[in-house]
Structure formats: C-alpha cells, structure tokens
Design a protein around this ligand. Structure first.
Ligand SMILES: Nc1ncnc2c1ncn2[C@@H]1O[C@H](COP(=O)(O)OP(=O)(O)O)[C@@H](O)[C@H]1O
Ligand SMILES: [Mg+2]
Length: 238
C-alpha cells in the first residue's frame, strides 16, 4: 500500500526523518509509537504531502505502486490518503454536512451524503446537535476525533492516518472509535499514532512500530506496546 524508501525530511537544516525505510501493507492496522519529537507527526504530514515537509532527492514515497513523492496534498487525498490531525481544526460557519457535500460533489448526491452522515453519527454516538453546528465548534476532544472518523468514512480512503487518536478522548469514546476502526480496516491501511497503549487495548494493532530519532527502530506485535509501557522508550531503543 505505502512504501517509504530512504525517506529523509529536514526542516530548517535539521534532519527530522532520517533515511526511513518501511512498507505499510493493506488490511492492517499499525500503531506508531514513540517519544515526543521522534518524528511521528512529521511522518504523517510527509505521507499526506504537507508542503512544509519536503522529502530529499533520494527519498521515495510509493502509494499503490505509484510514485507520489512530488505530488501535492490535494492529489494524494484524491488518490485515497486521509490524515486526521493531532488537533482537528474548526471551521466557523461550515457544518460537517456542508464540508462533505463540497468534498464529494460530483461523486455522491447530497441526499445520500446526508443519510450516510446520519447513520454514521448514530454508530459513532455523535450527538445530532453537533452536526448542525459549525465544524468542531465547541466539540470535545472525543467528539472532534469522531467527526474526523465520520469524514474519513465518507471520503472512503485507502490509507487512513490518525495522529494522536487518543489525545483528549475518554474511555467510552475510545472504545467506540476502536470498535468502528476494526470494522473499517478491510481493504485499507490504518496507521494510529499514539503515545500510550491505552487505545491498543481496544483496537488490537497488527503491528506496533516504535519511532525514535526519525527512524523506525523496532517492530513487533501488541506485546511491544506493553513493553513500551513498562520500560519506556530509552530501554527499547538500546
Ligand atoms: N515546522 C517545523 N519547524 C521546525 N521544527 C519542526 C517542525 N516540525 C517538526 N519539527 C521538529 O521535528 C521533530 C519531530 O517533531 P514531530 O514530528 O512533531 O514529533 P512527534 O509527533 O513524534 O512528537 C521535533 O524536534 C520538532 O521540533
Ligand atoms: Mg505529534
């Protein structure tokens, strides 16, 4: 699904992703863990095509066998890459329906968009009232992440990256999100970025990756996440 080859990204002459090599496969959920500043968000931004994070000349990002290294974020999104930000932004005056109707114009008719939003809101336990408000306006951490998930489902991505999926999210919301994601992984790749193994109790990742200093330094099963929790990152690194 996504193949990263010699991926090196620097920001103001500081190397942040350091010759990273990895292949994320289809039908799998990956948990990407690592201490603050290890480059997790940068990796997410780089895959999504954020213009501030440019890969160097040797780097390659292959998505569905296509070289997308130099493609814009917009093109990547159209090919099926969805990134949910660590802090989802708010859009004043725009409801989730209006946003999705625009994003899906020409692909889905507004009525079916509306119906799908209603169904998903039910499954994700999103309050109806939140749907008629401006996007993320006054929403809690958990509600924002659920709304991100709702948007992701409607856009039907092949690769879904959730940055800090569990930040500011309570246990009930976490369980709802985890259950939902589990049913959503078929035919897709899901990357969950997290500090803690809290969410991983509910959604069992197929692989746990530990990132330190801009590289993936360890790869393992769920047990690696437990090990991280017990021993911390320094021990894992050495
Ligand atoms: N736009 C930027 N300008 C300068 N430094 C940045 C920028 N983005 C990220 N960094 C630096 O890159 C490193 C990795 O950051 P980040 O990817 O956000 O880490 P993580 O998500 O793992 O906490 C940090 O040292 C951070 O300060
Ligand atoms: Mg981050």
């Amino acid at each position: 699904m996504v193949y990263l080859k010699n991926l090196t990204v620097s920001v103001s002459n500081k190397v942040i992703l350091d010759n990273l090599n990895f292949e994320f496969k289809k039908n799998r959920v990956y948990a990407l863990m690592g201490p603050n500043g290890s480059g997790k968000s940068t990796l997410a931004y780089t895959i999504a095509g954020h213009p501030s994070y440019k890969a160097d000349k040797k780097s390659k990002i292959i998505f569905n066998k296509k070289n997308i290294t130099n493609e814009t974020a917009d093109k990547r999104a159209k090919q099926g890459i969805f990134l949910s930000f660590q802090t989802p932004m708010s859009l004043s005056g725009v409801t989730v329906f209006q946003l999705l109707r625009l994003a899906l114009s020409g692909k889905k008719d507004p009525l079916s968009v509306k119906q799908q939003i209603d169904q998903l809101a039910k499954r994700l336990h999103i309050k109806r009232e939140l749907l008629s408000r401006s996007l993320n306006d006054g929403a809690s951490g958990g509600e924002k992440k659920k709304l991100e998930l709702l948007q992701a489902v409607l856009l039907d991505p092949k690769l879904l990256i959730f940055d800090e999926i569990d930040t500011g999210v309570d246990v009930d919301a976490l369980k709802t999100i985890a259950k939902f994601l589990d049913g959503f992984k078929k035919g897709r790749t899901i990357i969950i970025i997290t500090h803690y193994n809290r969410i991983l109790k509910y959604i069992k990742p197929d692989k746990v990756l530990v990132m330190v200093g801009g590289r993936i330094v360890k790869e393992g099963s769920y047990r690696l996440a437990e090990q991280v929790e017990k021993q911390g990152y320094e021990k894992i690194k050495s």
